[in-house]
Design a protein around this ligand. Structure first.
Ligand SMILES: C[S@@+](CC[C@H](N)C(=O)[O-])C[C@H]1O[C@@H](n2cnc3c(N)ncnc32)[C@H](O)[C@@H]1O
Length: 307
């Protein structure tokens, strides 16, 4: 079961209007969506997006018969197309809970996890793109190292990539267990941390690459301004610094007035702030939440209001 992270904080800070229009960009198991729906009257509307076909099936089954809800199988980078299809111009709130769900992680057959053995895949949208198996079995050591370093911030990226290519010359990788074992062997023992599998960063990196996760967040952030009413709010929950940096930098840029070089005596850029940041510092889970759900420990919530 997926436990929604920072649930009370998100709901409170989105300042839900009972007859408002909302978009949940990352439906997953529907935990955040259900809490939003509790606050919506029959006039309210909730669009729920997910790119994962299994999540979409689950969401349709969960909210079946609720006339306020429409579920879309879509990448949130195409949120503007979803609004068009739904006949909606602007919303009162758009929120996203980035990353992977426990449903995806726990289902070995999806190939996301080193804990639940299965065929290496990691695609959220199983109909699109290259799988992680293709990456580890066909990309050059150089390219694999770049992916692991860039999206996993893993300092042993080169060693891991060369161990992967050495082993695949003997036998192609087929399971997440084999891959996890290879990464573990490549990371020097003294750098193995207690309670954290040495393949954690490598698996994160492959997942982010295979799903184009950071590009999708960038595209979503580029669209929120045009899709929110004045006073409407955006909420983003990130799980690692690469995601959070995109949200933070975009919101900071959108909340600035003039961006002319300081030496200019008058403003020539004409830029005006589009958003007001509500969370100067990101909101993080309480100790109680982290104890109950250790997966929430790195979550950060940022909220901004459209001006
Ligand atoms: C952390 S889970 C969301 C959990 C959800 N908030 C809940 O309460 O159950 C993230 C979900 O977002 C989906 N997702 C990730 N990136 C996406 C994207 N670019 N477009 C659409 N859905 C995406 C994943 O398939 C996954 O189901």
């Amino acid at each position: 079961m997926h436990t929604p992270v920072l649930l009370n904080e998100l709901i409170k800070m989105m300042d839900i209007k009972s007859s408002g229009i909302y978009a949940d960009c990352t439906g997953g198991g529907g935990g955040h969506a259900a809490a939003v729906l509790e606050r919506l009257s029959p006039e309210g509307r909730l669009l729920i997006l997910d790119r994962d076909p299994q999540a979409v099936e689950r969401l349709i089954a969960r909210f079946n018969g609720d006339g306020r809800v429409t579920v879309f199988r879509s990448n949130f980078s195409d949120i503007d197309t979803v609004f068009d299809k739904a006949g909606i111009d602007k919303a009162d709130g758009i929120y996203a809970d980035f990353g992977v769900s426990s449903f995806q992680l726990e289902d070995g057959s999806r190939g996301f996890s080193f804990r639940n053995d299965g065929p290496i895949d990691m695609r959220m949208d199983t109909a699109k793109g290259v799988s992680a198996a293709e990456v580890v079995n066909t990309f050059t050591a150089e390219n694999i190292a770049v992916i692991i370093a860039k999206f996993g911030e893993e300092k042993f990226a080169r060693r891991i990539a060369s161990e992967i290519t050495r082993r695949r010359a003997l036998k192609k990788f087929s399971t997440t267990g084999e891959l996890a074992e290879t990464v573990k062997a490549a990371v020097p023992r003294k750098f193995h941390k207690k309670g954290i599998h040495p393949a954690t960063k490598t698996f994160q990196a492959l997942r982010i690459f295979v799903n184009g996760e950071l590009e999708a967040i960038g595209e979503l952030m580029g669209k929120i301004g045009g899709l929110l009413k004045a006073g409407g709010r955006f909420g983003g929950i990130s799980f690692h610094s690469l995601e959070d940096r995109i949200v933070k930098d975009c919101l900071s840029e959108y909340s600035k007035d003039c961006v002319c070089p300081p030496e200019l005596p008058v403003c020539v850029c004409g830029k005006r702030a589009e958003f007001r940041i509500i969370t100067r510092k990101p909101v993080t889970p309480s100790e109680i939440e982290v104890e109950a759900n250790p997966l929430s420990r790195s979550a950060k919530l940022r909220i901004a209001e459209k001006l």
